[in-house]
Design a protein around this ligand. Structure first.
Ligand code: TPP
Ligand code: MG
Length: 285
């Protein structure tokens, strides 16, 4: 993006994460001209001054653009092919780190890529566990992601129940961190009472990893209030009448997921992950 001479931004808000903390593109005036296509007028010219702001639904914009003839160019082709290869390498999970213990989130998401139908809904809250989901899961249709734009923990599980009740035929999966899930465990009662057979995958690393990451970066060695004393998630979920399983090794996830999907009631899968694996590419040690 830094090397481009024109930015055609289709549907993105270019928020903090996508813009790498507003470093990829200069705000408020990008150094290259920007054309911004977005369906929400509030987003246009809000953070970046654009050369051209296009208020449009993405499908109609895509249909309009499809009628244009691209100008053939070898330089353009090799540049975009390389960018595409970069994207594929970045969004395909690598084998687990040699020091990795417990369940590897990359292999969990890779498995879901294979077994979930195209219209499955994936919900999440906030936390570093979402990095694996958003980086490695291939969303294949519109309206398949339920996530908080404002980064609120505690969003995913209630959202997943609502999605299932709204559209009972669709598969609905929620990813929640242990910190995230502890904001709303009582919603298991709602899922049971209203018969919402979702699968909630609790990524248990025993901490608020996002905050720990900031602590390690800004004040190395000064860990404060980011460790969690969790309940027994399996006993907790079973007390509501839900199906519940703990998974401690990546290779056990596919069978556990299949059982959870067949349970016919709300199901919780607790993944024991390596607390030192703070992101897909960074370890605390
Ligand atoms: C309601 C709310 N409170 C606090 C935060 C700040 N916050 C962002 S991520 C995070 C930790 C999340 O922990 P967990 O769910 O266990 O996920 P992990 O980072 O460990 O994968 C916190 C406290 C937030 N985003 N939302
Ligand atoms: Mg956690």
């Amino acid at each position: 993006m830094k090397n481009s001479d024109l930015l055609l931004v289709i549907g993105s808000r270019l928020s903090e994460t996508v813009s790498q903390g507003y470093t990829l593109i200069e705000s408020s005036s990008p150094k290259q001209p920007m054309i911004h296509v977005h369906p929400d007028p509030e987003e246009l010219n809000r953070v970046y001054h654009t050369e051209l702001a296009i208020l449009s639904a993405l499908s109609s914009f895509a249909h309009a653009v499809a009628t244009l003839q691209p100008v053939p160019s070898n330089a353009w082709k090799s540049w975009t092919d390389a960018a595409r290869a970069d994207y594929l390498a970045h969004s395909t999970p690598a084998l687990p780190h040699p020091q990795h213990t417990g369940v590897d989130m990359g292999s969990v998401v890779a498995h879901l890529n294979e077994v979930l139908p195209d219209n499955a809904v994936i919900a999440n809250g906030a936390g570093n566990y979402t990095v694996w989901v958003h980086r490695f899961y291939r969303y294949r249709q519109p309206a398949t992601e339920l996530a908080p734009t404002n980064g609120a923990m505690g969003y995913g599980f209630p959202a997943s129940i609502a999605a299932k009740l709204h559209d009972p035929k669709r598969t609905v999966i929620c990813f929640a961190g242990d910190g995230c899930f502890m904001m709303y465990p009582q919603e298991l009662a709602t899922a049971m009472q209203y018969n919402a057979p979702i699968v909630v995958i609790v990524v248990n690393n025993g901490m608020l990893a996002t905050i720990r990451m900031h602590q390690e970066r800004e004040y190395p060695g000064r860990v404060s209030a980011t460790e969690l004393a969790n309940p027994d998630f399996i006993a907790l979920a079973k007390s509501f009448g839900a199906h519940a399983e703990r998974v401690e090794r990546s290779e056990d996830f596919p069978a556990a997921f299949q059982r959870a999907q067949k349970a016919g009631v709300a199901a919780l899968i607790e993944l024991r992950t390596d607390p030192r694996q703070i992101t897909p590419q960074a370890r605390l040690d």
